[in-house]
Design a protein around this ligand. Structure first.
Ligand SMILES: Cc1cc2nc3c(=O)[nH]c(=O)nc-3n(C[C@H](O)[C@H](O)[C@H](O)COP(=O)(O)OP(=O)(O)OC[C@H]3O[C@@H](n4cnc5c(N)ncnc54)[C@H](O)[C@@H]3O)c2cc1C
Ligand SMILES: NC(=O)c1ccc[n+]([C@@H]2O[C@H](COP(=O)([O-])OP(=O)(O)OC[C@H]3O[C@@H](n4cnc5c(N)ncnc54)[C@H](O)[C@@H]3O)[C@@H](O)[C@H]2O)c1
Length: 470
């Protein structure tokens, strides 16, 4: 039998492609090397990390409240891990074999490898396909640091089931994984140090956002930027990180090391060469705007293409592939309106261009920035942060950024406005129920009218008109 579509990888990208294709009546095979579907996001990524963050924030609040009444609380790490497991198990139902089998998908658990451009092998069985989707995801980058392997370390694949709670946690890498896990462990009671070789953590964020969140996180943990880990050694049970920053050498002792230095694509065992699929020098599958590889019938989605390493990006790519692979529609993937959130407290929201990128690409841009401690809801909740909207001279939204409690949720209307081509003023004209957090968007967007009304010629014209009007 020849499948219409063979999907390799049952994570965010692969599941979306498989479910979409099966719903249209295609004969689909889905292969995943894990025993359960769901991929990294469900098992060792988004879901356990957000569950851990929730546990940590709950504990942190309780601990601070108890401290105000003279009590000291310690976190029970086993309870935290159980809550994380429960969250994963609950969501697993949604990504169960049963659900996909009911959609008509044939599921194979085992490692897939290409034997030709028309065929893959899984558990010794050959599967023939008309079209293929490579959605095998990525793995944590393990650096070649002297002594690291002997000293031992954690990655996102082990940290959620780590047996002992680390009193001192050193995190190498200050990207989203490093800062989210760093703050969560700090809130559970670890002494956390984030080490990053670049000059800033969260390097992809707008400069104002980076400065704000760096200052906030620094209240709870230590950040060492411009720092390299040259070597790791053991001193008894302690892991000793030999650091170098600005020609200065220092040592840092920790109970555990978490690696959060980026990802490598899972293409090693795939034998893509047997199919003739081109990879880039880092092992990512190379695709065009239609998500086709150099072979028109083989598509790729998700972390393995190395574009935007997010669940929602993989899902969007999976959807695009369904229409292109099954119906021959030439739908291009677009990342123009791809938002992301970093789930620290306060949360970071990112959409479109940063101020620096906007200036480089568009020259003259207008920026409206509103501090959240001037927005009533945030005042009542004693929260801070800001909203920053970046637009071109015609009012087109180029970028939107926010740091604030729940920003990832309440900034969503800006994604709608930007992706439907609405101008910034549309965000000002909506009605916001008082006192919701999204009013932060309105306050920032209102600055547009303030400028027009109070600083421009309109005010003089309006004054003359009002005098004249009877
Ligand atoms: C700690 C952490 C937190 C994260 N938090 C977020 C978040 O909050 N929001 C967000 O949007 N993104 C988050 N991400 C990123 C997100 O998890 C990934 O972008 C997403 O999982 C990518 O989906 P994918 O389909 O490309 O790969 P995956 O979900 O990793 O799926 C790939 C699947 O392919 C299988 N596979 C690999 N090789 C083979 C093979 N040869 N044969 C058969 N099967 C194979 C694997 O077993 C896996 O199940 C996080 C990542 C991490 C590590
Ligand atoms: N909330 C979310 O959506 C979320 C959460 C977690 C992860 N993710 C996804 O997972 C991906 C991987 O996350 P990540 O944080 O591992 O990677 P990343 O690539 O985003 O960040 C890695 C960090 O490690 C630093 N680094 C690299 N090599 C180093 C070295 N030798 N010494 C010191 N520092 C070094 C880099 O400067 C960078 O700041 C992200 O790109 C993101 O897309 C998303």
């Amino acid at each position: 039998m020849k499948y219409d579509l063979i999907v390799i990888g049952g994570g965010s990208g692969g599941l979306t492609a498989a479910a979409g294709a099966a719903s249209f009546g295609a004969k689909v095979a889905l292969i995943d090397k894990r025993d359960t579907l769901g991929g990294d996001c469900l098992h060792v990524g988004c879901v356990p990390s957000k569950a851990l963050i929730h546990q940590a924030n709950e504990f942190y609040k309780g601990r601070n409240a108890a401290a105000r009444h003279g009590y000291e609380l310690n976190a029970d790490f086993n309870q935290v891990k159980n809550a994380v497991k429960t969250a994963v198990a609950t969501i697993q139902h949604h990504d169960s074999d049963d659900r996909f089998e009911q959609l008509g998908v044939d599921i194979f658990h085992g490692t897939a490898e290409f034997s030709s451009s028309q065929e893959v092998i899984v558990n010794g069985q050959k599967l023939m396909g008309k079209r293929f989707v490579i959605a095998v995801g990525s793995s944590p980058l393990i650096p070649d640091i002297d002594g690291l392997k002997d000293a031992g370390f954690q990655t996102n694949e082990t940290i959620f089931s780590m047996p002992v709670f680390p009193k001192r946690l050193a995190i190498i890498g200050g990207g989203p994984i490093g800062v989210e896990m760093g703050q969560a462990f700090a809130r559970l009671g670890s002494e956390v140090t984030i080490i990053d070789r670049s000059s800033n953590i969260l390097a992809k964020e707008d400069e104002d956002v980076r400065d704000f969140i760096t200052a906030k996180l620094s209240e709870e943990l230590e950040i060492r930027s411009n720092t390299e880990v040259e070597k790791v050694s053991l001193s008894g049970q302690n892991k000793v990180l030999h650091l170098r920053s600005n020609q200065k050498e220092e040592m840092l002792e920790a109970d555990e090391i978490l690696l959060a230095m980026g990802r490598v694509p899972n293409t090693k065992g795939l034998k893509a060469d047997k199919a003739g699929v081109d990879l880039d020098d880092k092992g990512h599958v190379k695709v065009n705007a239609y998500l086709q590889t150099n072979l028109k019938h083989i598509f790729a989605a998700g972390d393995v293409i190395g574009q935007y390493l997010f669940t929602h990006a993989a899902g969007q790519e999976g959807k695009t592939i369904v229409q292109n692979a099954l119906f021959g529609v030439k739908g291009k993937i677009s990342y123009d309106h791809m938002p992301w959130n970093v789930y620290t407290r306060p949360e970071v929201f990112h959409l479109g261009l940063t101020e620096k990128e906007a200036k480089e690409q568009h020259g003259n841009v207008t920026i409206y920035k509103k501090a959240l401690d001037e927005v009533d809801r945030f005042v009542t909740e004693q929260e801070t942060g800001f909203v920053k909207l970046i637009m071109d001279q015609k009012g087109k939204i180029l970028g939107a950024h926010a740091v604030g409690e729940g920003a990832g949720d309440w900034m969503q209307s800006v994604v709608f406005a930007k992706s439907s081509g609405k101008k910034l003023r549309s965000l000002s004209g909506m009605v916001y129920p008082y006192p919701n957090r999204a009013a932060g968007i309105q306050s920032a967007a209102d600055l547009y009218w303030r400028e027009k009304l109070f600083d421009g010629g309109l005010k003089k014209w309006a004054a003359r008109y009002i005098k004249w009007f009877r």
